[in-house]
Design a protein around this ligand. Structure first.
Ligand code: 6GU
Length: 226
C-alpha cells in the first residue's frame, strides 16, 4: 500500500510514523508513506496556500490551486483508489472503514486547516471525507495519523501474529475482554483461575462472555446493530 499525505505541516508526522508497528511496516516494505508540503505547490511568490472567504467571515480558506497541483502531480504517476479529505464534517471513522481502506492500493489523505478548503475541491477532487470523532482538532494532521495508523496495522503481514488484528476490540463488534500477565497473584490481586487452567475451550468461552459483558456495560449501542 502507498499513502500520500498532503499537509502544510509535514513535520507533524515524524513522530507517529517513526515508531512501533508503522515503522516496522515501512521497513518490511508493506507500506510507503509519502508526505507532501502543499506550500511547495503554491503558484505565487509568497507561496500562499490560503485566502479570505468570499462573502466575508472569520478564518481563511485553503485555495484550489496548490492542493490541485499536488494531487494532479500524484495522479500523473499512479491511479488512486480514494482522495480523502480529513474534516470534522466527514463520515465517522470506524473499524469497518479502516478494514475497507486497508485493502486499497493507493490513498491520498488531504489535511485541511483554517476554515476548510474551497468547496470546489470537495466537489471535483475529493472522493471521500472522513472525521475521526465529534470534536474539533486544529487541523486534519492528527486525524490523518490516526487513520493511517489504524489502516497500516491491518495490512497482511504487518502484525507478527496474524490473528491479533482479528481479536482487536471492535473487529467482531465487541470490546476486548480483560487481559492479565505475571504475577498470577500480586499481593492478593488474583488472576481469574480459569486463565491458569490450560483449558483452551473454556478460556475462549470465558473471554467471549467477558467481551459481551464489557460491551453491554460500556458500549451497549455496539450490540444494537446487525
Ligand atoms: Cl478529520 N479534522 C479536524 N480538523 N478536526 C476533526 C477531525 C478532522 N475529525 C475530528 N475532528
Amino acid at each position: 500500500m502507498r499513502i500520500d499525505i498532503l499537509t502544510i505541516f509535514p513535520e507533524m508526522f515524524e513522530g507517529p510514523f517513526s515508531h512501533s508497528i508503522v515503522k516496522r511496516a515501512k521497513e518490511k516494505g508493506l507500506v510507503e508513506i509519502h508526505l507532501h508540503n502543499i506550500r511547495d505547490y503554491a503558484t505565487d511568490k509568497h507561496r500562499r496556500v490560503d485566502d479570505y472567504p468570499f462573502g466575508g467571515g472569520a478564518g481563511m480558506v485553503m485555495m484550489i490551486e496548490p492542493v490541485l497541483h499536488c494531487v494532479d502531480a500524484l495522479k500523473a504517476q499512479r491511479v488512486y483508489d480514494e482522495v480523502i479529505f480529513m474534516t470534522p464534517d466527514g463520515e465517522l471513522f470506524d473499524q469497518p472503514l479502516a478494514n475497507q481502506l486497508s485493502i486499497q492500493e493507493n490513498l491520498i489523505l488531504l489535511c485541511g486547516h483554517y476554515k476548510g478548503i474551497d468547496e470546489r475541491l470537495r466537489e471535483h477532487v475529493i472522493t471521500r471525507e472522513i472525521s475521526i470523532g465529534d470534536y474539533v482538532l486544529s487541523g486534519g494532521e492528527l486525524a490523518a495519523a490516526v487513520v493511517a495508523d489504524s489502516v497500516v496495522r491491518l495490512i497482511p503481514g504487518v502484525l507478527g501474529d496474524e490473528t491479533s488484528a482479528l481479536s482487536d476490540s471492535f473487529q467482531d463488534g465487541l470490546l476486548s475482554p480483560p487481559v492479565y500477565t505475571r504475577p498470577a497473584d500480586y499481593k492478593g490481586w488474583k488472576v481469574p483461575e480459569i486463565l491458569l487452567s490450560g483449558h483452551d475451550r473454556k478460556i475462549a468461552e470465558w473471554r467471549h462472555e467477558k467481551a459481551v459483558e464489557r460491551t453491554q456495560k460500556r458500549r451497549p449501542g455496539l450490540l444494537d446493530h446487525e
